[in-house]
Design a protein around this ligand. Structure first.
Ligand SMILES: [Zn+2]
Length: 459
């Protein structure tokens, strides 16, 4: 069942490659088969509910093929290569163990599928799913029906393939030109004629989707090879329909979506209590944390999850926030809203985004990131709860870099005592990759350690 479709980017059908089959003496109509490539990019929560790309099959020829990694290194955090043809797909967009991917920081590698004998291939489909840059697919696939000594295939990824043995079928690149790259991708490679070719071997040359950081190696969930010999195909289940609630700010500038599929009993509270807080506070947080030319995410997605580690109430990644459903069930009347406000600050901070100039950013210390999020939460959003108060005994021993509430307390004290604009200044520097503890001195004319000394005395 594929309901609740909310977004479908870039459905592309491209005719990418033409290849010539046979000799020139054969009439032209039989000469050419056009390879047709279509791909779909879905919002990650939609799973594999494609509109045109078939669902991953469980009994295609690919499921019976022998899959080998010819070059490159598998990432130990991911699944073994068998994940590519096990007929199973990840249940959400952050399941490394359900995807095969090459090791972080590497240049990718080559994957061989051996069908055992030459087969007329009707379709090749590849599926991937991730929250960010590891979702799109960049690879070239070659086919061969010749006798190949697999043990002699070069483990060197940069070695060119022997054109006498390998025929280039298609080059795939599903990276979106605009917008978020995270989500689910499905690719289908077919032919204008009935067959992509009679091949025994398919070789996939996989490349990273980006090299700004080590994490550009695609999370491949499944690769299907459908041949004329295949039985009627059975497909994976598309998953349960999603339960989503949405809202937007009154000026329509910011949109919010909460996925309550895993916690339907939290739907009413989320609708009545949480969304109004977000509508009001997200634009305020954006206003509190400006920097030149910066546009905060306009679409923020939240999802209740039952599979998060016990000690983590919530976490933010880009403009997505995961909410620990069991924790929320217990804290609706005390910490729940403040916790979401804290995560919204992380969304707006956005310190982890790639810099436009590609320059490497100065690291922003964790205590400042968390301290600022807690500062806005405890001192702006819910000062009445007095959640970050320190007794004079606690204060006397406090460290400014103790993170969370303690650092929030320190930030609040410095703002009130020395510089109303401190938060804006430090946030802009952090976002622009230029944070340094020395900026505190620039703002207050006191070194951070001296500020901390005064703060501890409760002056
Ligand atoms: Zn945090």
């Amino acid at each position: 069942v594929c309901r609740n479709r909310i977004e479908k980017d870039s459905l592309m059908t491209r005719i990418l490659a033409m290849f010539v089959v046979g000799l020139l003496t054969i009439p032209a109509t039989q000469l050419r088969a056009e390879i047709q490539i279509s791909s779909e990019h879905l919002d990650a929560e939609l799973g594999f509910c494609f509109e045109q790309i078939p669902l991953p099959a469980v009994n295609d020829a690919g499921s019976r093929a022998t899959w080998t990694m010819i070059s490159g290194q598998r990432d130990d955090n991911g699944a073994r290569i068998a994940a590519l043809n096990d007929g199973r797909v990840p249940a959400n967009e952050d399941q490394p163990r359900s995807n095969f991917f090459f090791r972080a920081g590497t240049a990718g590698g080559r994957i061989l599928a051996d069908l055992g004998k030459a087969n007329s291939i009707k379709r090749i489909s590849s599926y991937s799913r991730h929250v960010g840059d590891r979702a799109p697919q960049v690879y070239t696939v070659y086919g061969s029906n010749g006798d190949i000594d697999v043990s002699k295939l070069s483990p060197n990824s940069s070695e060119p393939l022997d054109p006498g043995q390998w025929q280039r079928i298609a080059a795939i690149d599903t990276r979106p030109t605009t917008g978020e790259s995270g989500g689910t991708y499905g690719v289908s490679i077919t032919s204008s004629q009935s067959s992509v070719g009679p091949f025994r071997y398919l070789l996939f040359l996989v490349e990273p989707t980006e090299k700004r950081d080590p994490f550009g190696l695609t999370f491949f969930s499944e690769i299907d090879i459908v041949t004329d010999d295949d039985p009627d195909l059975n497909f994976v289940s598309a998953g349960t329909p999603l339960n989503l609630i949405k809202s937007q700010t009154s000026d329509k500038r910011y949109q919010f979506q909460i996925n309550v599929t895993e916690a339907p009993e939290l739907k009413e509270w989320s609708q009545k209590e949480l969304l109004p807080v977000m509508n009001e506070w997200y634009p305020r947080i954006v206003e509190m944390l400006p920097s030149d030319g910066y546009q905060a995410a306009t679409k923020v997605r939240l999802q209740y999850r039952n599979d998060m580690a016990e000690g983590i109430p919530a976490s933010a990644s880009g403009a997505k926030i995961s909410l620990n459903a069991p924790w929320f069930r217990k804290h609706l009347n005390d910490e729940a809203k403040g916790c979401v406000v804290h995560e919204l600050v992380h969304v707006v901070q956005d310190y982890w985004r790639p810099r436009p100039d590609g320059a490497k950013s100065a690291e922003v210390p964790g205590w400042f990131i968390e301290g600022l999020a807690d500062y806005i939460r405890w001192f702006k959003f819910e000062p009445q709860s007095r959640g970050a108060e320190l007794s004079s005994r606690q204060l006397a021993k406090a460290r400014y870099d103790a993170s969370y509430r303690v650092s929030a307390h320190f930030i609040d004290w410095v703002v009130r005592t020395y510089d109303q604009d401190l938060v804006k200044t430090l946030n802009a520097a952090a976002r622009n990759g230029k944070y340094s503890d020395s900026l505190w001195e620039l703002s207050t004319r006191k070194r951070i350690n001296d500020l901390a000394e005064e703060w501890r005395k409760g002056e």
